[in-house]
Structures are given as structure tokens and as C-alpha cells.
Design a protein around this ligand. Structure first.
Ligand SMILES: NC(=O)c1ccc[n+]([C@@H]2O[C@H](COP(=O)([O-])OP(=O)(O)OC[C@H]3O[C@@H](n4cnc5c(N)ncnc54)[C@H](OP(=O)(O)O)[C@@H]3O)[C@@H](O)[C@H]2O)c1
Length: 210
């Protein structure tokens, strides 16, 4: 089987529906893949532990035997593994790195602003567009109107692919051209929660959802 998908003339800016791959099918990655499938996207999946692919396959996902085959088959590569070290181990193998040329790489693995910036520069050297995302949601609300995901990186890449991001939640927000901004804002939000600064907001929210 030939896994290679022809590169779009403009990254996602064309009329055809993007083909997606999701690398990493933990709690969050599985929710992301389910949301894409729910919106009718052709979705390739790969996970280090293959058994985690079966529930997605039963929903219509195409299981790729290797990450490079998943990447070759799609337009938009969504990565959601435990951390950047794991993501780098996947993406920086020579065969996966070569397959990334002409694709949009969307890194939804949590990391630091500097890791996001370094990854964006690495992707650019391989001819891939790059967006870094911070998921401000739990797996059970991925795909819901209220789910918020922050994205940073080239605005053009975000705008050209907004329907893809809307599949994951009704509130995708582009927060800056600097690829580190999504992660930085995520850190600020978490620090505010940890310090109790949002205590009153959560109390008000509890009244609303009661
Ligand atoms: N869950 C949430 O509520 C939430 C919210 C916001 C952001 N996030 C972020 O989303 C990411 C995933 O979280 P999760 O909750 O889905 O974690 P999880 O359920 O523990 O899943 C971890 C995933 O990473 C994969 N993985 C771990 N080490 C790997 C390696 N060396 N090479 C390849 N794959 C590897 C695992 O593969 P195996 O199945 O083979 O172990 C699995 O697919 C994290 O960065 C997390 O911070 C999660």
C-alpha cells in the first residue's frame, strides 16, 4: 500500500477536507481522534501500545502501522503524547521527519514556551508548518462547544485550518505568532488557579452549574 498523500497546494487552505492523523492515543489523544471522527474527518491513528487503537478503529479510524505511515497519509499531524521528550522521540526519527515536509504539525502535548519555539524552528527546517496548542479542557469535553484550546504560531496556518480546530472544541483561540505563547498562557492560568486567584470565579461557576 502506498501511504503517501499528495501535499496540498496551500497548507489546508484548499477546498478539500483535510486528512488528519493523531499520534498518541492516551486519554486525551483518544478524545481528539474521536472528535475528528465525529466530524467526518478521515483520521489515521497511531499509538505506541497498539491495543489502544482498537476502540478508535471501531469508530472508523484507520490504524497506521507506524508513525511515519500515519504522517505520510495525512495533511495535518496532531501529536498528543505524555511530554515533549516522547514527542521528540517520535517525530525526530529520520523517516518521520522526512514525511513531515509540506504538512501542518499541531503539537498538543504539554510543554514549555521554549520547547514550543525550538520545535517550531525544527519543523520549519523540515518544511512543515507548526502550531503549538494548550488544551484548556479535559478529555470528556473535547469536541463540545465550550472546549477551549489555545494555539500559537503562524496565524495564517491557524486561519487556514480553523475548521480542523473547531472539530476539537467550539472555542479555538489563536494567541500569538510566537509559538511559545499558548504554553505561556497555560502556565499563567495554572499558576493563577494554584494561588487561588480564580477562587471567586470558580465559586460563581459552581452556582451556575449547580
Ligand atoms: N488528560 C487531560 O485532562 C489533559 C488536559 C490538557 C492537556 N493534556 C496533555 O495531553 C498530553 C497527554 O495526556 P493524557 O492525559 O492523554 O496522558 P495519558 O493518558 O497518560 O497518555 C499518554 C500517551 O503518551 C504516550 N507515550 C508516553 N510515552 C511515550 C513514548 N516514549 N513514545 C510514544 N508515546 C508515548 C502513551 O502511549 P502508550 O499508550 O503506549 O503508553 C499514551 O498514548 C499530556 O501532555 C497532557 O499534559 C491532558
Amino acid at each position: 500500500m502506498n501511504w503517501a498523500r499528495q501535499v496540498s497546494p496551500e497548507l489546508g487552505g484548499c477546498s478539500r477536507m483535510s486528512v488528519i492523523c493523531v499520534l498518541g492515543l492516551g486519554r486525551m489523544g483518544s478524545a481528539l481522534a474521536r472528535a475528528f471522527l465525529g466530524k467526518g474527518y478521515v483520521t489515521y491513528v497511531w499509538n505506541r501500545t497498539p491495543a489502544r487503537c482498537a476502540p478508535l478503529a471501531s469508530l472508523g479510524a484507520r490504524v497506521a502501522p507506524s508513525p511515519e505511515q500515519a504522517v505520510a497519509a495525512c495533511d495535518v499531524v496532531v501529536v498528543n503524547v505524555i511530554d515533549y521528550e516522547a514527542a521528540d522521540g517520535l517525530l525526530r526519527s529520520p523517516s518521520v521527519a522526512a514525511a513531515l515536509e509540506g504538512k501542518l504539525l499541531v503539537q498538543l502535548t504539554s510543554g514549555s514556551p521554549d520547547q514550543a519555539r525550538e520545535a517550531a524552528a525544527w519543523a520549519a527546517e523540515r518544511g512543515a508548518a507548526y502550531l503549538d496548542g494548550a488544551i484548556m479542557a479535559t478529555p470528556n469535553i473535547i469536541g463540545d462547544p465550550a472546549a477551549t484550546i489555545l494555539y500559537s504560531g503562524r496565524r495564517q496556518a491557524f486561519e487556514a485550518n480553523e475548521p480542523v480546530f473547531r472539530a476539537l472544541g467550539g472555542n479555538p483561540v489563536h494567541v500569538g505568532e510566537d509559538p511559545g505563547h499558548a504554553s505561556a498562557l497555560d502556565g499563567v492560568f495554572k499558576a493563577a488557579v494554584a494561588r487561588g486567584h480564580l477562587r471567586d470565579d470558580f465559586a460563581a461557576l459552581a452556582q451556575v452549574v449547580r
